[in-house]
Structure formats: C-alpha cells, structure tokens
Design a protein around this ligand. Structure first.
Ligand code: KIV
Ligand code: ZN
Length: 518
C-alpha cells in the first residue's frame, strides 16, 4: 500500500489562527505529543517572524528527534538563513520556502512580474539547498495561479533542487474535481515531478479542506498538510484527525497508509485545546464532544445491539475513553501514578509529588476525582509553561451586595505584595487588585470563558482568557473548583507569558547574528 506522509502544521499555520498563539514551551509540549502521534513532519514555525518563534523552532529541533522538523521561510535570504539557524540542532530538518504565484498576489502583494517570481523561487530553493538536502517549495495561492505558469515555477523549483513540491489552496477556493485536474496537469506536464513528493495544503474556507486533501491523494499527492482540530488561518486547515480517519475507515476507496497512531488522536486534540483554550465545536468530526454520542432512542438501541449500526469507527480507535470514576480522598500516590500511566503520562518524581499534593487538595473539595480532573491537575498545575514571575498566594473576595471587594496577595520575583480593589463583580475586583500589583504592564482583557471540565455541582472549572498585555495578545488558563480562583490564576498565567516574552525579546536583541525583519 502506498504511504502518505503526514505533514503537521499546527505549530505554524495552526498557530496563525486568532487566539491560538503558543509560547515556545507550549509548542515543545505539543511537538512531543505530535511525535508520539507519529506524524512524519512537524512544521515547527516561521523563525524570521519573531524571536519567540525562532526560540520555539530551535527548542523543538533540539529535543524532538524522530520526525523531520520543518521551518517556514519566505523566498528571501534573511528568512532562509534564520530558518536554517533555528533548525541547526535537528536530527532531520526541512527548509520550507514559499512564494506566491497567482497574478492577484504578484500584482497586489509582491508587486513583481512572473519572471521575477520564477527567479526568486529558484534563488530561494538554491539558497536553502546550501543548508540541507531536504527542501520543500510551496507556490502560495497555487489553485488561483495560471496553470501553465504554475507548471513553469514548479519545474524551475525542482530543477533548483526542491525535493517536495507543495500545492496550497491558500484561500480555500478550490473544489475536489479542480484539485484532481490540477494535479493531473502537473503530473502530465512538469519535467521531474515524478522524482519528487507532491504535497497538498488545503484551507477550509468553503468547508472542503479535507475533501480536497483526499482528492489530492487520489490524484497522486503523497504528502498532506494538516493541523490538529483543523485550526489555522481564517476557517482553518484540513483537520489531521479527519484526513487520517477517512484514510483508515474508507480504505476501500483510499488504499493509502498514514503512519499515524490513531489512538493518540484524542490526546493530541485535548492537549491542543488545553494549551490554546479553544475547544472544537461539540459536533466536530472525530474529536468533538458529541462525535460518539447517540442521543436518539432508536440509535441508542441500535448501538447497544450492535455498535456498527450507527458507528463507523469506535471511540477507542481514536483514543476516546468515557469519563470514569477513578480516585478518591483515600487513594495513594501509587494509585495516582498508575492512573496517569493509563492516561498515557509517565510522571517524573517531582511532577508526581506536585500532582499528588494538588490531587489531595482537590479530593478534599470534591468527592469523586475523574480522569478529566487528573488531566486538569497535570496541565494547569504541574506542567508550568513559562517561568512563574507572578504567583497567587492568597485571594479573598466579598460580593453579593453593592460593589465587590477583592484582597490579593501575590508573590512577584520572590517578594510578596498585597492589594485591595473594588469592582462591579468578583472578577472585576480581583483583576483590578492584580493590576495594582502588576502596574508595569498595560493589561486589557478581551475574552474570558469558564467551562466545567467534569459533570456535577462540584465540577472543576477551567478558565481560559485572552488579554492584550503591553500591546501583544496572550492567552491564559487555569483550573480550580473555585472559578474566581481559576480566573485570577488564568490572568496571572497570561501575565507570566508576557513577562517571559519580554525576556526572550531582550535576549534576541542582544544576539547580533540574526536579523529579524518581517
Ligand atoms: O496557505 C498557504 O499558502 C501556506 C503556505 C505558506 C504553504 O500556508
Ligand atoms: Zn496555509
């Protein structure tokens, strides 16, 4: 069976979706999970775009050794040099260079003619080849490009040394029959195309990204670019879990193998949602909350008699397990570590001690501790994603009549500070009290949501927020049975990220070797 390579761009194109920006350490955590999932290529970022992106790519290149690590660069020398520098520590690296080829982009965005476009594409591939044998070329907006010109650029890129040719449907405009025809023309016209891997990269503006990707595979593409949960620019990219499960469930129509461990799909989706605070819609295929729920009586009856009546894949095949009652107040450290192992996490002694402490605190407040609670403890309590500059020591809130009043004690750089503030509600008062201590930052809260992680009145609440801090957008999240406490800690999580970004930028300014300038 032919093999289709899975090129995951969650950390690059996915991160470009509003509210999905991640810190370098969050990216590393997700990259490690993508490695476990078994993707072939991880596009770790766009190093020339920011010091944080550079640091994220470099860290992943250093620590994630099995998959190929790719970095994006425009067809410009400084972009390619920055990407190559960030990829230097990688075991296997790929330089991904791109230039737009459609007349709309050439005329209005790049303001260059077709000749110049070909020249830049060739120069970019040649420069990238100085650093690595594994160079991917993308013709941005390929599906709206004059087909004869697209064939010319692709042929020139192959001659210059590109080993992978990516055909992006950048604005999600094409439909499956067009993708099929376009690839047939490329395969029938371009010299050398059978010696390279042809890839498709489909956006979802018309909801056709997955259908177009599958059409591309049938037409000869042997690499698909996709993202977990389908996140990405505007309406997103082709969802990895949908492409992979379509290949698996409909092997009769798509006899191609993707080397992905499907039982890791749900964990990957869950981790991404935790990191970004953005959860897939409940009816999202494969990973949505309702993807395996059967509401209608007739369906429930059918599934109980024979699951295949209404289920084309099992929840277990994508790693979904139903919420189970696991531990309680009297469970010990060993039981906790065993349960984490079942959930797929091997904790270090230090993480286990910390998790156990949080588990004990939670089990005092909540009788039944579920798997979801354990994951919340792990993601929000133990695996700190950035250095903790601000830490909550105490929070007291009075509310219910007239103005709410909050008293906050924070540790900042090892020194404790206290403040008191009033507000229209408990959260407004608590945030104002934090602002009074973190007065060096300009903070504007844009969005806050609180979700119950588990069922019942004693549910753990997960607070996710987005805030503009010193002119940049940061996300923050935290979980607790007390939702005011969760919200304040989510606020501090965003502040800690902003403080860390400042430190990274200051360090980057001192590095003379790379010129940032996007
Ligand atoms: O959508 C697109 O065209 C891209 C390219 C940079 C591959 O993301
Ligand atoms: Zn894209």
């Amino acid at each position: 069976m032919d093999r289709v390579l899975i090129f995951d761009t969650t950390l690059r194109d996915g991160e470009q979706s509003p509210g999905c920006s991640m810190t370098p350490s969050e990216k590393l955590r997700l990259a490690q999970q993508l490695d476990t999932l078994g993707v072939d290529v991880i596009e770790a970022g766009f190093p020339a775009s920011s010091p944080a992106d550079f640091a994220g790519v470099q860290e992943i290149a250093r620590l994630v050794r099995r998959p190929t690590i790719a970095a994006l660069a425009r067809a410009a020398e400084k972009d390619i040099d920055a990407a190559a520098e960030a990829l230097e520590p990688a075991e296997r690296s790929r330089l991904h260079v791109f230039i737009a080829t459609s007349d709309i982009h050439l005329r209005h965005k790049l303001r260059i003619g077709r000749e110049e476009c070909v020249a830049r594409a060739v120069a970019a591939v040649e420069r990238a080849r100085r650093y690595t044998d594994d160079v991917q070329f993308s013709a941005e907006d390929a599906t709206r490009t004059d087909v004869a010109f697209l064939c010319r650029v692709v042929e020139a890129a192959i001659e210059a040394g590109a080993g992978t040719i990516n055909i992006p449907d950048t604005v999600g405009y094409a439909h499956p029959e067009e993708i099929r025809r376009l690839l047939a023309t490329l395969f029938g016209t371009v010299r050398g195309i059978r010696d390279v891997v042809v890839s498709v990269h489909c956006h979802n503006d018309l909801g056709l990204a997955v259908a177009n990707s599958l059409a591309g595979i049938v037409a000869g593409a042997r690499q698909v670019e996709c993202t977990i949960n389908g996140i990405g620019e505007r309406a997103g990219n082709a969802a990895l879990e949908e492409v992979v499960m379509a290949l698996r469930v409909r092997r009769d129509s798509f006899p191609y193998e993707a080397g992905v461990r499907t039982t890791e799909i749900y964990r990957s989706s869950y981790l991404l949602s935790h990191i970004t605070g953005i959860h897939p819609q409940p009816n999202k295929a494969v990973v949505g909350k309702n993807a395996f729920a059967h509401e209608a009586g007739i369906h429930q009856d059918g599934v109980m008699k024979e699951a295949t009546t209404y289920e084309i894949m099992t929840p277990e095949s994508v790693g979904v397990r139903s919420s189970s009652l696991v531990l309680g107040k009297h469970s010990g450290r060993h039981a906790l570590s065993q349960r984490y192992r079942v959930l797929g996490y091997e904790l270090s002694d230090e993480d286990l001690n910390h998790a156990y402490e949080l588990f004990k605190r939670l089990s005092d407040q909540k009788k039944n501790v579920l798997d979801e609670d354990l994951l919340a403890i792990l993601h929000h309590g133990c695996m700190e994603d950035v250095p903790t500059r601000y830490r909550l020591r105490q929070l007291e809130v009075e509310c219910g009549s007239a103005q709410a009043v909050a008293r906050v004690r924070l540790e900042c750089d090892g020194v404790e500070h206290e403040s008191r503030a009033e507000g229209d509600g408990p959260l407004a008062a608590a945030f104002a009290a934090v602002d009074a201590i973190a007065e060096g930052h300009r903070i504007e809260l844009h969005q806050l949501s609180i979700d119950a992680i588990t069922p019942g009145g004693d549910a753990v609440g997960e607070a996710s927020l987005q805030a503009s801090i010193d002119g940049k957008t940061f996300t923050g999240r935290a979980a607790s049975p007390d939702i005011v406490n969760a919200s304040v800690r989510a606020y501090l999580n965003a502040l800690n990220k902003a403080a860390h970004a400042r430190t990274l930028e200051a360090a980057a300014l001192e590095r003379a070797s790379t010129v940032w300038g996007v």
